[in-house]
Write a protein that binds this ligand. Structure first.
Ligand code: NAD
Length: 423
C-alpha cells in the first residue's frame, strides 16, 4: 500500500492493525478509494527529547511524540499518553483512530495523538509537572485551539491538562483554555467530561445489547481495565442492575459470580492504586479472565488484548471496545465467525472526544452548559452514531467495525477530495 517504511507497520503493532482495518473498508469506498492513501500516511509527526531534572539533581531524558494523522475535516484532536511502552508507531495508530472516530461521530476534527515514553507512577508530582511543561513547550508549535487540541489518555489526567494549558498560555502570552480539553472544570473544563467515555461505552453497549435481545439488568459483564474508562463503564452497568462478575487491571483479576460491588471497588482502587487485594471478590489467574462466560465484555485497558487465541476461548455475546484497538484483526475474524458482535472503539469510546468537543465549543464562547444538557447531547449523539453504523452494517452485510470505517472514511475522503491538493 505504501513505499514508505515507517508506514508499513510491524506485524502485530497497533499501526498494522489500523492498516488492516483500512484495507478491509477500501472495496466499499467506490470512487473515493482513489484518495485512500491519505488514510495510510500520517500528515505530520514530531519526535522530541525531554530532558528532565529529577528531584535528586540528576538529569534523565525521555522521548515524546505528537502525530497529526489527518486534518482534512478540522483541527487535530487526540489525547496524550504517558506510558513506558509508548512508541512512534503506537502514537501513529492512536492518531489515525482519532481521525476515524471524529469522522464516525461527525465531529469537526481531524485526528492526532501524543505520548511520552515514561512511567508516570515513578515520578514525583513536581517531576511530572516539569516533564509535562517541557513536553508541551517542545510540541508547542504544533498545537493550538485551531490547530490541534490534546486531551487526557492513559497516564494523564485533568491536572496534566491544566499544566499543558498553563504552559502553552504562558508561551503565547494569553490564557487560552481551548488549547486542551479534559481540564479541571474551574479552568474551562466541561461538566460530564470525566465520565464521558465510560458513559458512551455504556450507552452504545445498552443500545447494541437491546438489538441483540440481551437484557442488560441481570446480565453478566466483565471489564478489563479499571481506570477512567473501565471503572465508569462498570459503575453504570452496575447501577442498572447488571452483574459485573469480573474485573482486571494491571495487577490483579477479580471474580465474583454474584457481581462485584463496584462503588466499593472504586473506593478501594482510589485508596490503593489498584484493585489488587480487594476483599469483596476472589482473585483468579489473569488468563482465566478470558475464559469465563459473560454476556458483555468491555476491554478498557490497552490495545492488542483480544488475540486470536483469546478470541477462540471467549464465551460472550457482545464486546464493547472501551480501549483503543483492543482487538487484533485475526481475532476480529474469529469473533465474527463465532457470532460475537463487537461495537468498535471508534464508536464505543467516542464519548470522551464528544464531550471534549463540547468543552472546546464552550471555551470559545465562554458560556458553559449544565451537566444534564451535556449528558443529553452526548447520549443523543452516541445513540445516533451506533444506529447509523448498525444500519450500514446490515445494509452492506459487514461487521460493525467495517461499517463504522465505511461511514467515517467516506466523510474523510470526501473532505480530502473537495479540498483538493495544495499546491
Ligand atoms: P487509565 O490509565 O485511567 O486506566 C487504564 C487501566 O488499564 C488501569 O486500570 C490499568 O491498571 C489497566 N491496565 C493497564 N495495563 C493492563 C494490562 N496489561 N492488563 C489489564 N489491565 C491493564 O486509562 P483510561 O483513560 O481508562 O484509558 C483506557 C483505554 O481507553 C485506552 O486504550 C485509552 O486510549 C482508551 N480511551 C480513553 C479515553 C478517555 O477519555 N480516558 C477516551 C477514549 C479511549
Amino acid at each position: 500500500m505504501s513505499e514508505l517504511s515507517y508506514v508499513t507497520g510491524d506485524c502485530h503493532s497497533a499501526w498494522s492493525t489500523y492498516l488492516t482495518q483500512v484495507e478491509r473498508v477500501l472495496p466499499l469506498l467506490g470512487d473515493l478509494s482513489r484518495w485512500a492513501d491519505t488514510l495510510t500516511h500520517p500528515k505530520r509527526a514530531l519526535i522530541v527529547d525531554i530532558p528532565l531534572e529529577m528531584d535528586d539533581g540528576s538529569v534523565r531524558h525521555f522521548e515524546g511524540y505528537r502525530v497529526q494523522h489527518n486534518l482534512s475535516r478540522g483541527p487535530g484532536k487526540g489525547g496524550v499518553r504517558f506510558h513506558p511502552d509508548v512508541t512512534l508507531q503506537e502514537v501513529m495508530a492512536l492518531s489515525a483512530w482519532m481521525t476515524v472516530k471524529c469522522a464516525a461521530l461527525n465531529l469537526p476534527f481531524g485526528g492526532a495523538k501524543g505520548g511520552v515514553r515514561v512511567d508516570p507512577t515513578t515520578l514525583s508530582h513536581k517531576e511530572l509537572e516539569r516533564l509535562t511543561r517541557r513536553y508541551t513547550s517542545e510540541i508547542g508549535n504544533m498545537i493550538g485551539p485551531q490547530q490541534d487540541i490534546p486531551a487526557p489518555d492513559v497516564g494523564t489526567n485533568a491536572q496534566v491538562m491544566a499544566w499543558m494549558m498553563d504552559t502553552w498560555s504562558m508561551n503565547v502570552g494569553a490564557t487560552t483554555t481551548g488549547v486542551v480539553t479534559g481540564k479541571p472544570v474551574h479552568l474551562g473544563g466541561s461538566l460530564g467530561r470525566v465520565k464521558a467515555t465510560g458513559r458512551g461505552v455504556f450507552v452504545t453497549g445498552c443500545s447494541a445489547a437491546t438489538k441483540l435481545g440481551i437484557g442488560v439488568p441481570g446480565s453478566r459483564v466483565a471489564v478489563q481495565g479499571f481506570g477512567n474508562v473501565g471503572s465508569v463503564s462498570a459503575e453504570l452497568f452496575h447501577a442498572i442492575g447488571a452483574k459485573v462478575v469480573a474485573v482486571q487491571d494491571h495487577k490483579a483479576t477479580l471474580y465474583l459470580s454474584s457481581g462485584v460491588d463496584i462503588p466499593a471497588l472504586q473506593t478501594w482502587q482510589q485508596a490503593h492504586g489498584s484493585i489488587a487485594g480487594f476483599p469483596g471478590a476472589d482473585t483468579i489467574a489473569d488468563e482465566h479472565f478470558w475464559t469465563q462466560p459473560y454476556d458483555i465484555l468491555v476491554p478498557a485497558a490497552l490495545e492488542g488484548q483480544i488475540t486470536a487465541e483469546r478470541a477462540n476461548q471467549l464465551k460472550c455475546s457482545l464486546i464493547i471496545e472501551g480501549a483503543n484497538g483492543p482487538t487484533l484483526p485475526e481475532a476480529d475474524d474469529i469473533l465474527q465467525q463465532r457470532g460475537m458482535a463487537v461495537v468498535p472503539d471508534v464508536i464505543a469510546n467516542a464519548g470522551g472526544v464528544t464531550v471534549s468537543y463540547f468543552e472546546w465549543v464552550q471555551d470559545f464562547s465562554s458560556f458553559f452548559w449544565s451537566e444534564e444538557e451535556i449528558n443529553q447531547r452526548l447520549d443523543s449523539i452516541m445513540q445516533h452514531a451506533i444506529e447509523a453504523v448498525w444500519q450500514k452494517a446490515e445494509a452492506l452485510n459487514v461487521t460493525l467495525r467495517t461499517a463504522a470505517y465505511a461511514v467515517a472514511c467516506e466523510r474523510i475522503l470526501l473532505a480530502r477530495k473537495d479540498r483538493g491538493l495544495y499546491p
